[in-house]
Design a protein around this ligand. Structure first.
Ligand code: IMP
Length: 200
């Protein structure tokens, strides 16, 4: 079976995060009818895998099985070099039940302070998985490297955007025009790979 995404088809975006849903819809440039797992009242599975790709596949398969439609999921996060890659797959969980990213960013700053690290290198990873209801699935990964800055700057974007400056730029993702972020983000890089694999 040849796995392809046909323009105009319906795709379930297996996310309950409105920031991600907006970026996914923008990156698909209106070529697909995107409905979110949240709007279909699909529950969120527990992310039990140890890698971004594992969790993206788990979420895409879960949504495809329950919706009976082709589903796309992203698992992403920020990894800090001096913290051995933390928060990584736990990026959302560092923000606690209230999804308080001011708290999560403070935690990153505090942990770096505790170990006295000068190394401010960090990267975002996005794994994207597409699953078909009858079983097959494809997964790709994109990464963007940068450095951290404190205190947080800028209020566009979401999550850890205000402390992350991508290499070659001076503004944080939180200060950047979303159009520019969408063009160079980890999610955009993963989408380019996904398009090369699945879209003619
Ligand atoms: P998950 O993929 O839903 O498990 O959560 C990933 C978490 O990583 C998000 O809740 C954000 O905290 C963080 N994250 C992922 N992508 C971005 C981004 O583009 N900017 C800022 N934070 C991000």
């Amino acid at each position: 079976m040849k796995l392809k995404l046909i323009k105009g088809m319906r795709l379930v975006a297996a996310t309950h995060n409105p920031g991600k849903a907006r970026e996914i819809a923008t990156l698909l440039k209106g070529d697909y009818v995107v409905v979110t797992a949240g709007s279909l009242n699909l529950p969120e599975p527990e992310e039990t895998e140890a890698t971004f790709t594992g969790n993206a596949l788990l979420k895409a398969r879960y949504a495809a099985e329950r919706s009976g439609e082709v589903s796309l999921a992203d698992d992403s996060g920020m990894s800090v070099s001096a913290l051995d890659g933390a928060p990584g797959i736990f990026s959302a969980r560092w923000a606690g039940p209230d999804k308080d990213f001011a708290l999560a960013m403070k935690k990153v700053e505090d942990r770096l302070g505790e170990i006295g690290a000068d190394d401010r290198r960090a990267w975002f990873t996005s794994a994207l998985a597409v699953a078909w209801p009858d079983g097959p699935a494809v997964v790709v990964e994109g990464r963007v490297d940068g450095t951290l800055t404190f205190p947080p700057r800028g209020d566009s974007g979401f999550g850890y955007d205000p402390i992350f400056i991508p290499n070659g730029h001076t503004r944080t993702f939180g200060e950047m025009d979303p159009v520019l972020k969408d063009a160079l983000s980890h999610r955009a890089l993963a989408f380019a790979k996904l398009k090369a694999a699945l879209i003619d």
